[in-house]
Design a protein around this ligand. Structure first.
Ligand code: SF4
Length: 287
């Protein structure tokens, strides 16, 4: 099923969009909607707990290529950013650095992109007072957006580049925010499409194959893109290219990416002079 078909079902049945998603899932694989909602609540509570525990923390990461970004950013008095963007950026950095330190995370949709959705969830709860039940509704909608991308394209950096990981997380975070703040499924689809288009073609180029550079900072930038696309969709700005067509385009772009740009650590920033000397230094220290 694609997102447009889900929206049409919502219009036909008059049921809330998140309920339509749960009922569709039940018809597809027999999942109990009550159980699914309970699972989403556990994911939500875990995300909030992880965000709280890691907020602005210094971390010792596996390769030592990052670990201080969240702490440094939290001490910085923003010159241009508002409070919402500042908080989401700190949380995205904190959780991505926790992942690089082998800490507990919720892969959403993947470990590499684990900071984006929880950062949005955390700031909506803390700064906008969005209730947990509404955030669960938002997570169900974000899950459907992610599932559509997984079914019709990919959510794997190794298959379709970082557009599939960070791009999908951005579309999910943006959709979640729009649904929590408007309950409007049409605006959700525009937010998701605007997000994916913004990150179309993004390559997967982790230095040494480790999820540290550029992954950690990409999570932080991505949540700011999600805020911008959500705000545009809430304002009524539409994506001329519908979400489901953007997903098809993304799948084609993913297929055309060479192997060096799909999580092999051989291309993009991973192939720079600085990356090569950093890895030589690490190898030397390990020997
Ligand atoms: S660069 Fe690759 S490993 Fe890093 S977040 Fe993106 S898809 Fe994941």
């Amino acid at each position: 099923m694609n997102l447009r078909e889900l929206i049409e079902l919502e219009q036909k049945t008059g049921q809330p969009f998140h309920e339509v998603i749960l009922l569709t899932q039940m018809m597809e694989d027999g999942s109990d909607p009550i159980d699914l909602r309970k699972k989403m609540k556990v994911f939500l509570e875990t995300m909030l707990d992880i965000a709280e525990k890691n907020f602005a923390k210094s971390q010792k990461t596996l390769m030592g290529l990052c670990g201080e970004n969240a702490s440094v950013f939290a001490q910085h008095l923003p010159q241009m950013m508002g409070e919402f963007n500042h908080m989401t950026t700190i949380v995205a950095l904190s959780i991505a650095e926790a992942n690089a330190s082998m800490g507990k995370i919720v892969a959403c949709p993947t470990a590499g992109a684990c900071g984006v959705v929880p950062a949005m969830v955390y700031a909506l709860r803390k700064l906008k007072g969005v209730l947990e039940e509404s955030l669960v509704d938002g997570l169900i909608v974000a899950g459907a957006v992610g599932a559509c991308i997984a079914e019709h394209a990919s959510i794997s950096g190794a298959v379709a580049g970082c557009q599939a990981e960070i791009g999908t997380a951005t579309a999910m975070a943006s959709s979640l925010a729009v649904y929590c703040l408007s309950k409007n499924s049409d605006k959700v689809s525009h937010a998701a499409a605007l997000s994916l288009k913004s990150l179309m073609g993004l390559v997967c180029d982790p230095v040494g194959g480790f999820v540290e550079i550029p992954c950690v900072k990409r999570n932080a930038v991505a949540v700011n893109i999600a805020i911008a696309t959500a705000e545009m969709a809430l304002a009524g700005i539409q994506s001329v290219i519908p979400f489901d067509e953007v997903v098809q385009a993304m799948a084609k772009v993913g297929k055309s990416l060479p192997e060096e740009l799909r999580e092999t650590g051989l291309g993009g920033v991973a192939s720079t002079k600085t990356a090569t000397s950093l890895l030589e230094k690490i190898r030397g220290e390990l020997m």
